[in-house]
Ligand binder design. Structure first.
Ligand code: 6PG
Length: 254
C-alpha cells in the first residue's frame, strides 16, 4: 500500500472512530447537545444553504430540546434554512401521549422560530404504515434530492441497543434499499415507522444522546466493538459519530 493510500485509509478509519464525551450530569448533557445541534445547523446552512436534522424520540432528548428552545441557546441559527425530520415515530396520532411528534412539538417546536413548513413529521396515524413510510421517503427525496444526506441524525439508544425503531433481529434493521420503513418493537406502541440504516449511515454526522446506568453495559459493549450485531453498532456513517453520555451511562466504559 502506498504512503498516500495508507494515510488516506488511516484518515478514513480515524474518521470512523466515534468521539465520546461524558457530560458532568444530565443537565450538562442537554446543554452540550443543544449547543452541538445549533452549531451543526448553522454550519450546514452556511455551507450548503440548508441544514437537515433528524430528531430522536423517546425521553432522553426532551431536556436537550427544551434547552435548545431557549433563545440564548439558538441565537443566530438561520431556522428558515433548517429542516427537521424524525428518526422514527410510533403509529399513533400526532397528539397522542406516545407520539414523538407531540413530544418534540411540546419540548421544542412550540418555542422555536422555525417555519412549520420546515418540519416533516412521519404520519404515524395512517392505517397503512408501509404507505406512510413510502410517503416519508418521498418527502426526504423531495427535500434533499435523490440521495438524501442528513447533516445530523440525533439518536437515542435502548438498553437492547436499538436506535430509532431499528430493533435487534428485526426485518427493518436489515433493510438495505429503502430509507424509511414500517417496524415493530419496543414499548409503548410497538407499531412504528423508522429511518433505516441506509438513511442513517448516509448522514454527515450522528449524535447519540444516552443517559442512565441501565444502559451502561450496552454502551460499553458497543463502544468496545464487542457487539457488532447491535443496531447502535451498525450506525457507521462516513461522517462523525459523537456519543454524548452522562456519567451513569458511561460508567462501564473501560
Ligand atoms: C423512540 C426512540 C427510541 C429511543 C430509545 C431510547 O421512539 O422511543 O426513537 O429509539 O431513542 O428507545 O429511549 P429513551 O431516551 O427514552 O431511553
Amino acid at each position: 500500500m502506498s504512503a498516500v493510500t495508507s494515510v488516506a485509509s488511516m484518515a478514513r478509519e480515524a474518521a470512523r472512530e466515534p468521539r465520546i464525551t461524558v457530560a458532568a450530569d444530565a443537565g450538562a448533557l442537554a446543554a452540550l447537545a443543544a449547543a452541538e445541534i445549533a452549531r451543526t445547523a448553522t454550519r450546514a446552512a452556511e455551507a450548503r444553504g440548508l441544514a437537515a436534522i433528524a430528531l430522536a424520540g423517546g425521553s432522553t432528548p426532551i431536556r436537550t430540546y427544551r434547552r435548545l428552545a431557549e433563545p440564548e441557546e439558538h441565537e443566530g441559527v438561520p431556522w428558515e434554512r433548517v429542516l427537521f425530520f424524525f428518526g422514527d415515530e410510533r403509529c399513533v396520532p400526532p397528539d397522542h401521549p406516545d407520539s414523538n411528534t407531540r413530544m418534540v412539538r411540546e419540548a421544542l417546536l412550540a418555542r422555536l422560530p422555525i417555519p412549520a413548513a420546515n418540519v416533516f413529521r412521519m404520519a404515524g396515524e395512517l392505517d397503512d404504515p408501509e404507505r406512510a413510510a413510502a410517503a416519508y421517503e418521498a418527502d426526504l427525496r423531495q427535500e434533499l434530492g435523490p440521495a438524501p444526506r442528513l447533516d445530523l441524525a440525533i439518536l437515542g439508544m435502548g438498553v437492547d441497543g436499538h436506535v430509532a425503531s431499528l430493533f435487534p433481529g428485526s426485518p427493518a434493521l436489515e433493510e438495505r434499499t429503502r430509507l424509511v420503513c414500517a417496524a415493530t418493537g419496543g414499548q409503548p406502541q410497538p407499531r412504528r415507522l423508522t429511518l433505516t440504516l441506509p438513511a442513517l449511515c448516509a448522514a454527515r454526522a450522528v449524535l447519540f444522546l444516552v443517559s442512565g446506568a441501565e444502559k451502561a453495559g450496552t454502551v460499553a459493549e458497543v463502544l468496545a466493538g464487542r457487539r457488532p450485531d447491535l443496531p447502535a453498532s451498525r450506525v457507521r456513517p462516513e461522517g462523525e459519530v459523537h456519543w454524548l453520555l452522562d456519567p451513569e451511562a458511561a460508567s462501564r466504559i473501560r
